[in-house]
Design a protein around this ligand. Structure first.
Ligand code: FAD
Length: 240
């Protein structure tokens, strides 16, 4: 079994996006996350009553020196790991390993880029979008972001402001209410939108896609784009 170095961080700030989603800003003790690539995650070691639960959380923001970073997460029905995180208070310690993950903007990959996110799936994508737009304006960067309610669209004001500042960034928000369970109807709409925009006789083979969300809808989106003719390496995804 591979053993990893464990690190400690403390909760420095708590930000409630809404009643169901929270960000924790974590200050590292010792080694920070300076080398954490946009899209990567840390694995938190959560000491529950009867187990130490290991759960992945994408790093959605990191300070330039890597000493402070942000994760954001949902309440999950019956989810004891998420519940533990919601119980944390300022100053509480959290142990983690990482960063990990190959869902990253690979070196040399440049716009045109398309990002598709659902709900908290925007967490890794937020850093990737900002990284993709860190140079001078150029080829387009697009983000199609869906949620079951408008209040569930995280970082919306920030993303809309970015799209006003950068003519090369197109941000589209899609809200599809879901009566219950996982957002199947939302994924239907995301897929329909993806088919309308990125399928057809003249697809742009320079496009690279990055998809993140929860459940099988992510795989449907991936398969739709691959069936449209994009190469496997051009359609990257992370499914939670
Ligand atoms: C690479 C990776 C990165 C991740 N990054 C994030 C992140 O940035 N933010 C985040 O909230 N979660 C993220 N997750 C999911 C997270 O690791 C946990 O699975 C989640 O918090 C539930 O853990 P739990 O122990 O509370 O519940 P569990 O008992 O493990 O899960 C209960 C059920 O909830 C589902 N579920 C998992 N995540 C969510 C969610 N966000 N919303 C609704 N249902 C969910 C699972 O599919 C499972 O069926 C990530 C997962 C992976 C693999």
């Amino acid at each position: 079994m591979v053993s990893y170095d464990k690190y400690m961080a403390r909760v420095e700030r708590i930000l409630d996006h809404n009643a169901e989603t929270r960000s924790l800003f974590l200050r590292c003790e010792g080694a920070g996350l300076a080398g954490c690539l946009p899209g990567q995650f840390v694995s938190l070691l959560l000491p529950l009553k009867d187990e130490v639960r290991r759960r992945a959380y994408s790093v959605t923001w990191v300070s330039p020196g890597g000493e402070l970073f942000e994760i954001c997460f949902d309440r999950v029905p019956g989810g004891k790991g998420a519940e533990y995180l919601f119980e944390r208070r300022i100053g509480d310690p959290l142990e983690f390993i990482g960063p990990f993950g190959s869902f990253v903007l690979e070196p040399g990959v440049a716009p045109p880029l398309v990002f598709i996110a659902e709900g908290t799936g925007v967490a890794p994508i937020r850093r990737m979008v900002k990284h993709a737009l860190s140079g001078p304006p150029g080829e387009p960067v697009e983000l199609l972001y869906g949620a079951c309610a408008s209040w569930r669209l995280l970082y919306r004001a920030e993303l809309e402001a970015l799209s006003r500042q950068r003519s090369d960034f197109r941000f589209e928000a899609l809200v599809v209410p879901e009566a219950q369970g996982r957002p199947a109807a939302l994924y239907d709409r995301l897929a329909a939108q993806a088919a309308r925009r990125w399928d057809g006789p003249k697809i742009d083979l320079r496009l690279r896609f990055y998809i993140c969300g929860i459940g099988e809808g992510v795989i449907r989106l991936r398969d739709l784009l691959r069936a449209a003719g994009y190469a496997r390496r051009s359609v990257r995804y992370e499914k939670w």
